[in-house]
Design a protein around this ligand. Structure first.
Ligand SMILES: *[C@@H]1O[C@H](CO)[C@@H](O)[C@H](O)[C@H]1NC(C)=O
Ligand SMILES: *[C@@H]1O[C@H](CO)[C@@H](O)[C@H](O)[C@H]1NC(C)=O
Ligand SMILES: *[C@@H]1O[C@H](CO)[C@@H](O)[C@H](O)[C@H]1NC(C)=O
Length: 616
């Protein structure tokens, strides 16, 4: 386990950094001893360079948010499904009037005006030159590089604020946070031919043999009893997030569907932009975004789907985008009912920045309390972080973030018709977040089975992940008319999200609430509606990693979805028809094509403009 070794400096030392006023008592918010692993000092920052700093204020009732989230998400609670309104959630996380007043007075005394950037007012944003930031925060901002990516960042190793702000100002970002860029969890790909959808007459429950080595939407429908019939509920929605310029191409999707889902009637999605992200769906498609859209639109048939493209306008790294997408969704009256994200971080970078990790986790909790199911790919590095790495060989396992946040559903990967764990499927135990009650029994059973295996390499009291899993190896996608096979937990999260969106459809049609935060349901009655995966493991850090076993495990979670069983569980009634088993043979034979696609998507997406609809 990684120790959260915060170095608390004396106020004397912080005065020595840069003193705005020698008489003023200072509160050291954070001080790190050394430049964190993976980063190097580059040089002095220009004193004139403008910094965009975000100030997180202390939320007045974060405990109340957690309580409210569980109250509406636990099937045993009488308030199950009675999700909170936007205003109710904001009231829980808004800072107190005193906190707002103190922080604003401090800023205005320094001739700085702040803007609120979250609907609850718990985040403020200021723009100041480096010289002023240094004086305001007794900081020493300099340039650092992230060695692996060569990305530069302006950071300080310590900062403080007037002591009167203690208990009111939580932290400032970016200051001491050295966070590696987000990793896409689907980097493993190879060229394949787009398979022809086969005309088949198969007996009930049989799955095409090709699904053992190559996954198509039809394979997922067969494996998981996912209906092929179009969703129809008004108000249903599914959000897919993308970072760092990732964008899916509409023509690729259209061609993909014509080959692999010829029965599907609607093959469009909306694209919206956050932080100047590219939302022009006539741009060449990128791998991750293509996978994520082709396996949401291609599986959650007819569920209105929005791709949220997060750009790098703020230059502060991917974490800024993670904050901005959530604040922009929290500002919406109707955020998507399901959100899938196939990007994540190594949790190591957050261990000394727990306030930041907790703030983001609470933001997922806010959306969950309002009725959104938040799903994240668990990561592709087994027990060695979001991507395979030997940096931890012989040392503690490296969990991923935000999978360690207890307020979301983390999705790992399986493979094969007789499903077994995919060896890259990240799983383990958070070093930041404590184990939530809802998984205590399941995890205790697993720890007992583990015995002394991996003892000392992970935190057995931590929040354990993933929660569930789905196929993740060799998904066929169409990029620019070329078939590719893509693997990663990036494939699994959109798949599971599509199942949730189709369950929501039945619920909404019956006048019921959407599922919202899933875990309390999944770890109780939900476990029996999942396929338990009991073989495979996720090696890393020079070990065999964790084994998949009967019951919950730190590779495949509780298992993969069985739509029919889940539907019976959540609605009390079985599917009314139209699932894959009852429409076997409906898929016609369509030749794969590698020509340029023929449909032209017209797109004039503007940053910040929501719901730019594609007309085809
Ligand atoms: C915090 O929120 C909870 C709702 O979960 C509420 O019962 C409690 O009264 C709130 N506490 C304060 C101090 O506002
Ligand atoms: C704020 O602006 C006023 C007027 O320009 C100036 O007198 C004062 O010194 C400034 N204060 C700080 C802290 O920069
Ligand atoms: C980083 O930049 C340096 C100098 O510009 C260059 O030599 C090096 O190859 C770059 N490394 C990577 C990983 O791009």
């Amino acid at each position: 386990m990684v120790a959260a070794g915060l170095l608390v400096l004396s106020s004397l030392f912080s005065l020595a950094l840069a003193a705005p006023s020698l008489q003023e008592r200072r509160h050291v918010v954070r001080a790190v001893q050394d430049v964190p692993r993976g980063f190097s000092y580059l040089g002095k920052a220009s004193q004139e360079q403008s910094l965009n700093l975000r100030i997180a204020l202390v939320q007045n009732n974060a405990t109340g948010l957690e309580k409210a989230l569980y109250d509406v998400s636990n099937p045993a609670s009488e308030n199950y499904g009675h999700h909170l309104t936007k205003a109710e959630v904001e009231a829980l996380v808004a800072p107190s009037a005193e906190s707002v007043q103190k922080v604003k007075t401090w800023l205005s005394n320094n001739n700085i005006t702040a803007q609120a950037i979250s609907p609850a007012g718990d985040w403020l944003s200021i723009n100041v030159p480096v010289s002023k930031a240094n004086a305001l925060l007794s900081a020493d901002f300099n340039e650092y590089t992230h060695d692996a990516s060569n990305k530069t960042a302006i950071r300080t190793l310590a900062y403080s604020v007037p002591e009167t702000l203690k208990g009111h100002l939580a932290f400032v970002y970016p200051t001491t946070q050295f966070i590696e860029p987000a990793k896409k969890n689907g980097p493993i790909f190879k060229a394949v031919d787009l398979p022809r959808a086969s005309k088949r007459s198969r007996s009930k429950r049989a799955v095409d043999a090709s699904c053992d080595t190559q996954i198509t939407p039809s394979c997922l429908q067969q494996l998981y009893n996912i209906p092929t019939t179009p969703a129809s509920a008004a108000g249903n929605s599914l959000g897919v997030s993308g970072f760092g310029g990732e964008i899916p191409n509409q023509d690729d999707l259209t061609e993909f569907l014509s080959v692999l889902r010829p029965d599907a009637t609607d093959g469009t999605f909306d694209a919206v932009s956050v932080d100047g992200g590219n939302a022009d769906t006539s741009s060449p498609g990128t791998t991750e975004a293509t996978l994520d859209i082709q396996y949401t639109v291609g599986v959650a048939t007819n569920v209105p789907t929005t791709f949220i493209s997060v750009g790098n306008q703020n230059q502060d790294g991917d974490l800024t985008g993670f904050l901005d997408i959530i604040n922009s969704l929290l500002a919406e009256d109707n955020p998507p009912l399901v959100l899938t994200t196939s990007f994540g971080f190594n949790e190591l970078g957050f261990v000394q920045e727990q306030d930041l990790a907790i703030n983001l986790c609470n933001a997922y909790g806010q959306l969950g309390a309002r009725g959104t199911s938040i799903l994240f790919a668990s990561g592709d590095g087994g027990v060695s972080g979001p991507q395979a790495s030997d940096a931890c060989d012989g040392q503690a396992f490296e969990p991923t973030f935000p999978s360690g946040c207890p307020f979301l559903t983390s999705v790992g990967s399986t493979q094969g018709i007789k499903e077994t764990a995919a060896d890259f499927s990240s799983g383990g135990f958070s070093n930041i977040f404590a184990q939530p009650d809802y998984q205590a029994d399941a995890v205790a059973g697993y720890l007992k089975t583990l015995g002394t295996t991996n003892q000392g390499l992970f935190n057995p009291q931590g929040r354990a992940f993933p929660d569930v899993s789905a196929q993740g190896v060799n998904f066929v996608v169409d990029i620019g008319g070329q078939g590719q096979g893509v693997s990663g937990t990036s494939a699994s999260s959109p798949t599971f999200a599509s199942v949730v969106a189709l369950l929501n459809d039945e619920l909404l049609n019956q006048g019921k609430s959407p599922l919202g935060f899933l875990n309390p349901l999944l770890y109780s009655s939900g476990a029996a509606a999942l396929n338990d995966i009991t073989s495979g493991s996720n090696p890393g850090c020079g070990t065999d990693g964790f084994p998949a076993v009967e019951g919950w495990d730190a590779v495949t979670g509780l298992g993969t979805p069985d739509f029919n069983k889940l539907l019976t569980l959540v609605t009390g009634s079985a599917a009314t028809g139209g699932n894959a088993a009852s429409t076997a043979g409906a898929v016609s034979t369509v030749a794969a094509t590698t020509d340029a696609a023929t449909v032209t998507a017209s797109s004039t997406a503007a940053p910040g403009k929501h719901h730019h609809h594609k007309n085809n």
